[in-house]
Design a protein around this ligand. Structure first.
Ligand SMILES: Cc1cc2nc3c(=O)[nH]c(=O)nc-3n(C[C@H](O)[C@H](O)[C@H](O)COP(=O)(O)OP(=O)(O)OC[C@H]3O[C@@H](n4cnc5c(N)ncnc54)[C@H](O)[C@@H]3O)c2cc1C
Length: 478
């Protein structure tokens, strides 16, 4: 299936074919029939906007810790509709801000604690999936950051040194070209950084299974119920609330867990830049092709390009090849039709063939995409303000599968006023500055996107690593 964008251009939620939004939703093992919508005003202890990983993990930990809470989740489409049901399947301890930059901003100890918690989040996803009998296909194959071409070698060496500087290098290994090729045969691979703290999952099965678990614990999920606005608690004692066309939900705490789609809310428009990440998927490959490729360890694989690529091997023997490169849309617009961008999908198919000559003649059966959310300095936040009654976790910059689990536990602890190790991490109550107003935002985002592609191309052509000194690289960091 390569879904025609026209499938997505339905006018209302009613006629959406949710299975068409990703291979994962198509193979979620259920018909994705929407749950009932909210049909009038309601009261709750905690009202959550969004049934992706962030909203669902938050509901899960709240209810696990305080079973008597009334937790209501309002979802504009269906649980797992967003990035959580469409991603590259990496459940990784990677964090959007590099270890070096984290240290510069927050110091060594805080960075260490955060990265250790990220590793714990990978284990925790696997633990809960097993404990709650969610068939999430959790498989801990680790991660390979491959240096494709000589220009990428310094970057994996620097990454290894960062782990060493933090005392976190145990189990992380630099592999030479031969060791890399013994794991997976990728053209021009010069070496790789192996990190065991990473697993693959079936994202939609995890999201849908979590939603059912939340309901079993007593949470209520209303689907096809878009939140149109929210209000903080008032000085006059009024409670915070989520507003919808069919009534509002008043609660002690409201949680905003809509990631890239939050840019649609007027109050949050400049907090997050929606960036589209796109994916192509092959048919299940024959044994002969796999014999040529190797990859028995099913590691998550990426190279070191600025214009991010990410790969995984599915349980049924396909190659998933994802990458950025689709354009930013003026005004931070998020629309279903932007999920499909044929020039980017075609670029991904041809890059996949260049990485794996064994794909010659193999079919690509699926193509999809979705928006992820980038804060101004790439730093996710996990926040709760008791005086406004508003909590949020967002801004994962495309690394949100394991991070959302940490968010869920952190928000639950903050909301329940538990002072734990994770409520003191640098992500807690972190505030990024807002993005520039338009048209500067559009001009800047497009300039950086194009500039970084050129930097990547030049590095590949010349074999020399990026200098870090081009305007696009500088703007990308500031
Ligand atoms: C193509 C792609 C590939 C990715 N690959 C990876 C990967 O391999 N590994 C990784 O770690 N991360 C990856 N990410 C990022 C990761 O999937 C996300 O960071 C993570 O799933 C975010 O979860 P979330 O619950 O915060 O947001 P989402 O999953 O986007 O969920 C938000 C939910 O809120 C709902 N919503 C939004 N606004 C409203 C509203 N106003 N009212 C009601 N409901 C609303 C949406 O419908 C949606 O269901 C990828 C993202 C994309 C798009």
């Amino acid at each position: 299936m390569t879904r025609a964008p026209s499938v997505r251009r339905s006018t209302g939620s009613e006629d959406k074919d949710y299975r068409s939004y990703s291979f994962w939703l198509e193979t979620a093992g259920e018909d994705l029939a929407p749950r009932p919508s909210l049909d009038g005003p309601a009261e709750a202890d905690v009202a959550i906007l969004g049934a992706g990983f962030t909203g669902l993990w938050t509901a899960y930990y709240l209810l696990s810790r305080e079973p008597s809470l009334r937790v209501v989740v309002l979802e504009a489409e269906i649980a797992g509709f967003g990035a959580s049901g469409r991603n590259g399947a990496w459940c990784s301890s990677g964090f959007p801000v590099s270890p070096g930059e984290l240290q510069r901003r927050f110091g060594r100890e805080a960075t260490r604690e955060l990265l250790i918690e990220m590793r714990g989040a990978v284990d925790e996803v696997g633990r809960v999936a097993a404990a709650e009998e969610i068939d999430a296909q959790f498989f801990r194959g680790g991660q390979l950051r491959v240096a494709r071409g000589p220009s990428q070698l310094p970057s994996i060496e620097r990454a290894y040194e960062s782990f060493r500087g933090l005392g976190l290098e145990r189990d992380v290994r630099l592999l030479d070209a031969d060791e890399t090729t013994r794991r997976v045969r990728i053209t021009d691979a010069r070496g790789a950084l192996f990190n065991p703290h990473c697993a693959t999952i079936h994202p939609a099965r995890l999201a849908r299974g979590l939603a059912r678990t939340v309901e079993r614990l007593g949470g209520e999920i209303f689907e096809r119920t878009p939140v149109t606005d929210y209000e903080e608690a008032g000085e006059n004692g009024s409670r915070p609330r989520l507003m919808t066309d069919s009534g509002e939900v008043r609660a002690r705490t409201v949680v905003l867990a809509g990631e890239a789609y939050l840019a649609r809310l007027r109050k949050l428009r400049r907090q997050l830049l929606p960036i589209y990440s796109l994916i192509v998927l092959t048919e299940p490959l024959s044994e002969e092709r796999w014999a040529e490729i190797g990859w028995e360890g099913r590691e998550c694989v990426a190279s070191n390009r600025y214009t991010v690529d990410y790969l995984s091997r599915t349980e049924d023997g396909r190659i998933l090849f994802g990458g950025r490169g689709a354009p930013y849309y003026y005004g931070s617009r998020v629309k279903d039709e932007y999920d499909m961008h044929e020039p980017t999908h075609e670029m991904l198919r041809s890059t996949a063939r260049a990485w794996f000559p064994a794909l010659e003649g193999a079919r690509f059966t699926h193509a999809w995409g979705g928006p992820l959310a980038t804060p101004r300095d790439w730093m996710p936040t996990m926040s709760y303000n008791p005086s406004t009654g508003v909590a949020t976790a967002r801004g994962y910059t495309g690394q949100g599968v394991a991070t959302a689990n940490l968010s869920g536990r952190t928000l639950a602890d903050l909301i329940l006023r538990r002072d734990t190790g994770i409520t003191r991490l640098p992500t807690v109550n972190y505030r990024s500055r807002p993005w520039e107003p338009e048209p500067v935002r559009w001009l800047g985002a497009r300039f950086v996107q194009r500039g970084l592609m050129k930097v990547d191309d030049r590095a590949e052509r010349t074999g020399k690593p990026p200098t870090g000194k081009t305007l696009a690289e500088w703007l990308g960091r500031h």
